[in-house]
Design a protein around this ligand. Structure first.
Ligand code: AR6
Length: 171
């Protein structure tokens, strides 16, 4: 039985196959969850990311998890919110979908996401949660390896927003 779980916590502690990083298009680290992941994974992550020479918004790249408990880190730059008429919904869906595709292709069974784009990138939380949950649920139907996706929410407001979406979308 495939599952989408919502928990509150720190994604760097996730014990599973892959965590997703809400990166920027340079992939060279930053603040928020990106900074936390780079600090916890160690300097070898920076060296690995350098080799990609960046990543376009909505695409995804995979590295080892280095010092993290997770085997892999999938890096995806989500869209910066510019009012909603610059393709943000599709780009955000692409970030989730391309991250899941990579994870599935690498044989991951358990994958954790942070709330992509809702921090520094200012994507409205309710709208972002709706896209995330819809995209993940749609992907899971056809996933070959992924059996559990966990949304790891850092704060209570984010946890509540994703929890609401999952409850509304239950079959
Ligand atoms: N575990 C889980 N979630 C976290 C953690 C953590 N350890 N730390 C923060 N969050 P943000 P964005 C949450 O700003 O909006 C960076 O500088 C946070 O509370 O990290 O996609 C990048 O380099 C929020 O709910 O990512 C980019 O330049 C969510 O993660 C830019 O920020 C996303 O917030 C990306 O902005």
């Amino acid at each position: 039985m495939k599952q989408l779980k919502v928990i509150q916590g720190d994604i760097t502690q996730f014990q599973g196959d892959a965590i997703v990083n809400a990166a920027n298009t340079t992939l060279m680290g930053g603040g928020g969850v990106d900074g936390a992941i780079h600090r916890a994974a160690g300097p070898a992550l920076y060296a690995a990311c350098e080799k990609f020479h960046g990543c376009p918004t909505g695409e995804a790249r995979i590295t080892s998890g280095f010092n993290l408990p997770a085997k892999y880190i999938i890096h995806t730059p989500g869209p910066i919110w510019r009012g909603g008429y610059s393709g943000e919904p599709q780009l955000l869906a692409n970030s989730y979908q391309n991250s899941l595709r990579l994870a599935d292709r690498y044989g991951c069974q358990t994958v954790a996401f942070p709330s992509i784009s809702t921090g520094v990138y200012a994507y409205p939380l309710g709208k972002a949660a709706a896209i995330a949950v819809q995209t993940i649920q749609k992907f899971m139907v056809k996933a070959r390896n992924i059996r559990e996706v966990t949304m790891v929410c850092f704060d209570t407001k984010t946890f509540q927003a994703y929890q609401d979406q999952v409850e509304h979308r239950l079959p």
